[in-house]
Structures are given as C-alpha cells and as structure tokens.
Design a protein around this ligand. Structure first.
Ligand SMILES: [Zn+2]
Length: 297
C-alpha cells in the first residue's frame, strides 16, 4: 500500500501541475490574464521554478517507490495480525507468524510456501495450530493445488507447533530423524518421513542436514530453481548482533555447520533466516562471523 500511495502522490504532483497550467489558460473570464496568460501564472506564483519543483518532487517520489515495489511490499497478505504471507519469488512465498514469548517479546518466525507442478510444499508450520490452519486454508483457496509435503526444519515450536494439522490432513511431513527422535521424547507427533543427511522432494526442493548449530537437529531447505536458501534458525538475519543461542544450541559447532552452506551448489540469490528479513548469501558470512565471536555456553 505504501508503494502505491507514493506512486499516486507522484503522479498527482505531475498531473496537478499540468491541470493548474491548463486551468489558467482556459479561464477566459479574466480578460487581462487572457491577454497575457503567462502573467496570470506569475500572479499565482506559478513561475517556471514552480513547475520544475513539482516535476522533481514527482520524479523523486517515483524513485522512492521503485524499491518498495520491487520488494513486493504492496503484495503482503495479512490473514490475521499474527499470520502474514509475503511473495518471495515466482511461486514461492514467505509466511511470517508471530507469537509473544515468555519474556514478553513478540517474535516473527519465517516459513515457506512453495508451489510446483506436483503440488504445494509447506516449510515449517508457524507457531501454533491456528497459524497452520490459516496457512493451509489460504493455500487451498488461492493456489488450487494439493499440499503434497510439509517440512519441519527443527523440533522447536515455531517450526512444528502445528504439525498435528498437517498429519490430520494426511500431509507427509519431512524432517531430520533427530527431529523425529526429539519430538517423540517430548510427547509430540514426529515427522513421518524422517531422513538422515539429505532428502530430495523434487527437482525443485532439496533438504540437507549441515550439522548442529541453533539446535542439534536444524536442517536447511534448498530451492535450486528459485535459488532460495531457507536457512531456518541456523541462519541469523542482518540485524542480529549475536547468535542468541537457546537451550540445546551448539555454539562451538554453529559456524562450522554454516560454513558447509558455502558449497558452490548453494549459489543462492535469496537467503531466508528463521527470524527477520531475508537477505543475500551475506547472511551466511554474517552468521559465521557471529559464531566465531560467540563464547560457548
Ligand atoms: Zn528454534
């Protein structure tokens, strides 16, 4: 919406200048001004400078709007204050769900919606059942393809809090065998398609276990056609100043695990962290740097 408003304002500025100019020339009731329309414009303070100024305001507005449009800001879909969907690339969307954690902070969490010829794959459920259900309903009514796979990128609540919804809908759920093991020990439903190091869901979706970091079981999702690397909580956003380890994080091995993503096969154009805004491959280096500065806990 912000981008559209800026563009509209810019064009209003251009059109406004044009309309003012014409109105002045067409107002034939003012004889003196009819004789000298230029004088009329000067009388209204609308000299050459006035039009030049408005022209530059308009052009500046258009430039400001361009990056916003490129990022698809205006296309963000808000299903609920806590459930948003943001276009990321052709047939790929980022879902963002929000939850207030015990220390009072409201934390956004990223997941993916990927549409292929063979159906839709969802990466991470969002924080809770209600989020998962809303996302599933949106996919069913908007993408008109069956959901053929779900992926949980590790065993924490922001990744698999709604796994019951997927399983209830007979969606096969992929995740590390470590995730399955932890889920079972915590009395949760485990992913029913566990894998050890890697799994290929299709030509467009690959899953890898790079080693421990944020958690012992964190996996990443690689989309070779879209060149999108979903790093999940293993990867930190650009505004993160520390790794923010949690119970079960492996700070010692975190950097080494992320370093494996520097393999040339992951020639990503977009990298999506578990929390915060997507970026480029610089997020991989950023996380390695944070890991090298971190002290073991
Ligand atoms: Zn986590």
């Amino acid at each position: 919406m912000r981008a559209i408003m800026v563009v509209m304002k810019a064009w209003q500025a251009v059109l406004g200048a044009k309309v003012d100019f014409l109105t002045c020339y067409l107002d034939r009731s003012k004889d003196a001004e009819l004789e000298n329309p230029k004088k009329a414009l000067v009388k209204q303070g609308k000299t050459g400078d006035y039009f030049i100024r408005r022209f530059f305001i308009a052009i500046t507005g258009l430039f400001l709007a361009t990056p916003a449009l490129a990022q698809g800001v205006s296309d963000e879909i808000i299903l609920h204050p806590d459930v948003h969907i943001v276009p990321l690339a052709h047939n790929v969307w980022r879902h963002v769900t929000y939850e207030v954690i015990p220390d009072g902070r409201r934390i956004p969490s990223n997941g993916l919606i990927i549409k292929t010829d063979k159906g839709v794959t969802l990466v991470d459920t969002g924080w809770k059942i209600e989020h998962t259900q809303m996302l599933l309903d949106w996919v069913k009514s908007n993408l008109r393809e069956p959901v053929t796979a779900g992926v949980v990128s590790h065993s924490h609540r922001d990744r698999m809090g709604g796994i019951d919804v997927w399983l209830r809908n007979d969606i096969p759920v992929y995740g590390s065998f470590l995730t399955a093991d932890i889920a079972k020990r915590n009395g949760l439903q485990p992913p029913n398609r566990p894998f050890v190091f890697a799994a290929r869901l299709s030509e467009e979706i690959e899953l890898y276990y790079p080693g421990p970091g944020h958690s012992i079981d964190n996996i990443i999702v690689w989309l070779p056609k879209s060149k999108i690397l979903f790093g999940g909580c293993l990867i930190k956003s650009a505004d993160a100043a520390i790794l923010e380890p949690v119970d079960g994080s492996n700070v010692v091995e975190w950097s080494g695990s992320v370093f494996r993503l520097k393999d040339e096969r992951f020639n990503a154009e977009i990298v999506v962290p578990g929390h915060g805004e997507p970026g480029t491959l610089s997020l991989v280096d950023h996380t390695i740097r944070l890991g090298s500065m971190a002290k073991p806990i």
